[in-house]
Write a protein that binds this ligand. Structure first.
Ligand code: NAI
Length: 698
């Protein structure tokens, strides 16, 4: 979509038009350039107003074109900025709704800017690992002063127009316009049409009473806060250049130099991968966006335990009424009390207003009777993880739920296809695998059964957005995507203990790599008994699978984790600090002796490679089997649900950074280790193929 042009009473109006947020895509840029050309050539035009149609002035670069050839095709953003800046007639930016990134850089080149209240103004480039690259770091300090501009650019956070307009001495917004923005903007343009010389941000100076000390202070602060991310510090250096450079053009040249230096950094690549991965996750190849959807106005949740309560909160937070069902009144009461406790903690911290809390609780109904779920459009089951219990629940739901109601299971290990066939409507059944705590964790695995209808999937993806989750589709397999991969990671963690590591050595190494928590601290948090129970249930299937017995031995000692104040680590009452345990270390040593293993010193590098490449190899199988639709879906699961470091972009993005050839080479070496599982380390066919062809996952 392009920009439109019209002349209203001597004022040319150029309206950017590229829904949803007027990204500065190629067609839009051509339209703006054409408009500027026409306005310059028409003697009847005295001034120009530049604005955006619909929901934004402009949100900047068009993300659909970002890495393609059109991104830099002429007229590119720098050319447009030059055209606006050198216009012989004043150009007035009429800013509303969203004015960010390249949109703001374009507005800064205009001779004047007027704005509606409530417009979000910012330079968010840092969030995708880069710096503003079209003069933003040089022009924003000129209009807002270096300190305000520095804050905005380093954090990437937008600021409301009225707040910026109220800053003393600011030159960003010439006039705030309440009411009809276009009427106000054209009137303003008419008022300044004859003013000469034309004003320009170029002529403003950036000043600070103590520039060197100020920049050093910011540098130190940002360095401490942005450890693994180079972009915030690069923003500091670029803004600092606005203080040092003799002219705007010198500053812009420095900005460009810094921009180019950071654009291809692994961290910038990882952040862009995550940014696009998040958007791509909601797209399902064979479920077009036009798929009709079912209306979800009322939700039922079965089970008010750990998961049921958290799941319920998601919907209450989004203003969707929930009926929560349990077997016994005391279980219901406990569930409601936990929900209240969670909300009250938020109120106490000032994160939730009391009246909002009450509004949310008013949306909650509890019941012991399935009759009360008859009106629900979506029913999510979070009862005990036993197939017999699920069978009873789904057969009952089949009998009472209204036609077209979506029936979802939160199961983490059971077969969703089997569950679907407890009903006579398998097309309406889907897995909604939330992560604990369900009211906090962003990830939702949407498990697509063999019969799940497309409109059910499309609806669940929309619902996920409403409750602010990152939803990723998984096919049906043991553990779905996330837990199937973590199983291999945990197995490696166990082998590492058998071969010579302590739990804290393994945790420290992977936490240094960037994981939020190592496998043993994680086990203590989640409860080691959960995995134990799963292993026992699956003993038959697992009979031939090699795994370390240490986790079972730990559970036999009753060391379930934080909840028993003893797990892989020791814990003090009421505290979460993991203290290395002499008991566990002795247990590991004794077990090693039993196995006749002579311990060896294992490097942090080997620990990280074994844990991460275990994820990578299993992910490659998952991709190949079509359980995941795309590599970025797998990475999103690990970034949002498993604490994988964002600056590494997820396991597959990381593997690409290392180089798949190198990953395969290392796996082949691990396969030689007699204490490891040689069969597992045989590279997945997809991984082997990509490596051999010099290709990558992402
Ligand atoms: P939980 O034991 O805390 O809660 C289960 C609740 O369901 C209990 O309150 C119980 O009274 C109720 N219940 C059992 N049978 C029922 C029935 N027939 N009708 C109504 N209510 C019934 O269990 P949790 O941890 O909440 O797990 C629930 C489900 O969520 C399981 O399928 C589990 O695999 C899954 N899940 C658990 C996660 C976790 O970290 N705890 C993470 C993701 C999924």
């Amino acid at each position: 979509m392009s920009a439109s042009y019209e002349v209203r009473d001597g004022i040319a109006v150029i309206t950017m038009n590229n829904p949803p947020v007027n990204g500065l895509g190629f067609a839009n840029r051509v339209g703006i350039a054409d408009g500027l050309g026409k306005a310059a050539a028409d003697p009847a035009v005295q001034a120009v107003v530049l604005t955006g149609a619909g929901r934004a002035f402009s949100a900047g670069a068009d993300i659909t074109e970002l890495d393609g050839p059109k991104a830099l095709a002429e007229p590119n953003l720098l050319t447009l900025i030059k055209m606006v800046e050198t216009s012989s007639k004043p150009v007035v930016a009429a800013i509303h709704s969203i004015c960010m990134g390249g949109g703001l850089e374009l507005a800064l080149a205009c001779q004047y800017r007027v704005a509606s209240p409530g417009a979000q103004i910012g330079l968010p480039e840092v969030k995708i690992g880069v710096i503003p690259g079209a003069g933003g770091t040089q022009r924003l300090p000129r209009v807002l002063g270096v300190e305000t501009a520095m804050n905005m650019i380093v954090t990437g956070e937008p600021v409301k127009s009225e707040l910026l307009a109220s800053l003393p001495g600011q030159k960003l917004i010439d006039k705030m316009i309440d009411g009809d923005l276009m009427a106000g903007a054209t009137a303003f343009a008419r008022g300044v049409a004859a003013v000469r010389p034309l004003p320009s941000v170029r002529d403003l100076k950036v000043k600070h009473p103590n520039p060197d000390a100020y920049v050093q202070f910011v540098r130190n602060m940002v360095k401490g806060m942005s450890k693994n991310f180079p972009a915030p510090l690069a923003c500091v250096e670029a803004v600092a250049a606005s203080l040092k450079a003799k002219t705007l053009d010198d500053g812009i040249a420095e900005e460009l130099r810094i921009f180019k230096g950071i654009l291809l950094s692994p961290e910038a690549r990882a952040l862009r991968h995550a940014f696009f991965g998040e958007r791509a996750a909601s797209k399902i190849p064979d479920v077009p966006e036009s798929t009709p959807q079912r209306e979800i106005k009322a939700v039922g949740v079965i089970g008010a335990g750990t998961m049921g309560g958290g799941i319920t909160m998601n919907f209450l937070n989004a203003g969707i009424p929930v009926t929560m069902l349990e077997m016994k009144q005391d279980a219901l009461d406990r569930g409601v009390a936990t929900i209240r406790k969670n909300y009250e903690a938020q109120v106490k911290k000032g994160k939730l207003k009391q009246d909002k809390y009450e509004q949310r609780m008013a949306l909650l109904t509890t019941t012991l009777s399935y009759d009360d779920l008859k009106a629900a459009d979506l029913i999510i089951e979070a009862v005990f993880e036993e197939i017999g219990v699920k069978e009873t629940v789904f057969k009952t739901l089949d009998a009472i739920a209204k036609p077209g109601a979506i029936l979802a299971s939160n199961t983490s290990t059971l077969d969703v296809n089997k569950i679907a066939h407890f009903t006579k409507r398998p097309q309406d059944v889907v897995g909604m695998h939330f992560f604990s705590p369900a009211n906090v964790m962003k990830l939702l695995e949407v498990v697509r059964g063999a019969d799940t209808a497309k409109d059910v999937l499309a609806t669940v993806m929309t619902v996920a957005k409403k409750i602010k989750k990152t939803a990723v589709v998984s096919g049906v397999c043991d553990g779905f995507i996330g837990n199937r991969m973590i199983e291999q990671y945990s197995r490696q963690a166990g082998f590492l203990l058998d071969e010579g590591c302590t739990p804290s050595q393994v945790d420290k190494a992977i936490e240094k790599f960037g994981f939020a928590m190592g496998p043993f601290r994680m086990g203590d948090l989640a409860g080691n008994d959960i995995g134990w129970a799963i292993r026992k249930r699956r003993a038959v299937e697992y009979a031939n699978l090699k795994y370390s017995k240490t986790a079972d031995l730990l559970c036999e000692l009753g060391r379930f984790g934080q909840k028993t104040q003893a797990g892989w680590y020791d814990y003090q009452a009421g505290k979460r600090d993991a203290i290395p345990s002499a008991v566990v270390e002795q247990m590991v040593v004794d077990h090693r002796k039993e196995l006749g293993i002579t311990p060896r010193k294992i490097s942090d590098e080997e620990i990280v490679q074994r844990l991460v490449y275990a994820l990578v190899n299993e992910a490659a199988h998952i991709l190949e089997e079509g359980i995941a639709n795309k590599a970025s879906d797998i990475d999103m699961i690990y970034l949002t649900g498993y604490g994988f470091p964002l600056f590494r972009g997820g396991p597959l993005c990381y593997a690409d950074t290392v180089g798949l050839y190198n990953v395969v080479l290392t796996m082949n070496r691990f396969a030689q280790n007699p204490l490891d599982d040689a069969a597992f380390w045989k590279p997945a066919p997809l991984l082997a193929k990509l490596a051999a062809e010099g290709k990558s996952f992402t």
